[in-house]
Design a protein around this ligand. Structure first.
Ligand SMILES: NC(=O)c1ccc[n+]([C@@H]2O[C@H](COP(=O)([O-])OP(=O)(O)OC[C@H]3O[C@@H](n4cnc5c(N)ncnc54)[C@H](O)[C@@H]3O)[C@@H](O)[C@H]2O)c1
Length: 355
């Protein structure tokens, strides 16, 4: 007999919500039960498009016994209270990235979900890309030998309209800015692969969005605890936007992911499976370089299905929130460094000073 589908509710009906809805509808393990959004017009349109219930408030959706997991799809500074409410209601949570804009709130969510015995996963879908999983496995096996460099290059473009679409998109305090918003995925990949980070020196500026008071460009030099060094270049000012690159270089091998495909996979100890690993990913799949909705929902589906499996198997989801805390700390350290014009050593002494 087929297992019963797990019911999901979405909180927020903005840009990212259709990606979650499509992933939930495409999966045989899940059911999109409801959306909760305060804007009646958006909510009704979304509910009718995706054939689910519409609730005006999160409280109402949490009272629905069919909803077992809630995906938090509100702006970055509006994740914390909703996650706490879900935990109190005994619902599992998948929260969009970054989990919160402060470490204090991130710690609060982790503790609340742990106490309530519910799962807390973060939507950092790039971690599940096959090239990244292959790099992580090769690092764990020691195939790279000593890792010398780990870098991220995200040369993207967002028009100024994107930042002016909603107030939160141009507010540092709300969690906007290329570092904590767009590049968060890729600094997270570096952290996931070769972290933790020991020291960082960052420079931030605004090259191409004069009506917005945010950094649209980040340049950073990084020292990792493992002895490797690296750079992060991230921008939304570089028209037309090109595929991101993640590069890892060690004494015995080099791996480079471009977009979601493996571009380079070369080790001194070539193995039979390497030929197949070189074919991972596709150049056809867009990964966000040119516009805010230029990506697919497949990676979201993997995380959503993993949440179902985590619930059934009684294990952590593949991207547990505590594994993302160091990424947020690194991002905040970059803001601190750019503000001070000096390198910052982690752990961050005072996260409030960042603002
Ligand atoms: N994983 C990814 O690739 C990806 C892509 C895009 C966005 N995101 C993340 O998804 C989240 C939402 O982003 P978006 O682009 O959909 O934003 P959006 O502004 O388009 O939509 C946000 C939704 O939340 C509602 N909302 C706004 N403020 C609220 C508040 N204070 N309380 C309750 N509801 C509120 C809005 O009405 C809207 O329905 C963010 O955390 C963002 O970082 C992730």
């Amino acid at each position: 007999m087929a297992e019963e589908r797990i019911g999901f509710g979405l909180f927020g009906a903005g840009l990212v919500a259709p990606f979650h809805a499509k992933a939930l509808q495409a999966s045989s393990k899940t059911k999109l039960v409801a959306v909760a959004a305060r804007n009646a017009e958006k909510r009704e349109k979304f509910a009718s498009e995706f054939g689910c219930k519409g609730y005006a408030t999160l409280e109402e959706m949490l009272a629905d016994p069919e909803v077992q997991v809630v995906n938090i799809l509100t702006p970055n500074d509006a994740h914390y209270e909703p996650v706490l409410q879900c935990a109190r209601a005994g619902k599992h949570v998948l929260v969009e990235k970054p989990p919160a804009v402060t470490l204090r709130e991130t710690d609060g969510m982790i503790a609340a979900c742990r106490e309530a015995g519910v799962k807390l996963g973060v939507v950092l879908q790039c971690r599940v890309r096959k090239p990244i999983q292959a790099m992580r496995a090769a690092i764990a096996e020691g195939r790279f030998g000593r890792i010398y460099h780990a870098d991220a290059f995200m040369k993207w473009f967002r028009a100024e309209d994107y930042y002016l679409m909603n107030p939160w998109r141009s507010s540092r305090r709300a969690g906007a800015g290329v570092t904590v918003q767009h590049a968060f995925h890729y600094i997270d990949l570096l952290q996931y692969l070769v972290g933790p980070v020991k020291r960082v020196y960052a420079r931030m500026n605004n090259l191409a969005h004069p009506r917005v008071e945010l950094e649209d460009t980040l340049l950073a030099l990084v020292e990792y605890e493992c002895g490797a060094q690296g750079v992060v270049e991230a921008s939304t000012a570089l028209w037309p936007g090109t595929d991101l690159r993640i590069e890892v270089n060690g004494e015995n091998g080099t791996a480079i992911m471009v977009g979601e495909r493996m571009e380079t996979w070369k080790f001194k100890d070539e193995r039979p499976e390497d030929e197949e690993i070189r074919r991972y990913g596709s150049a056809e799949q867009v990964t966000g370089a040119t516009g805010p909705a230029d990506f697919g929902f497949y990676d979201h589906q993997i995380l959503i299905e993993d949440m179902v499996d985590a619930i059934r198997e009684g294990r952590d989801p593949i991207v547990p929130a505590d594994s993302v805390r160091p990424t947020l700390e690194w991002a905040l350290a970059m803001y601190q460094s750019a503000k001070d014009g000096a390198a910052v050593t982690l752990p961050l002494a005072d996260e409030e000073a960042v603002w």
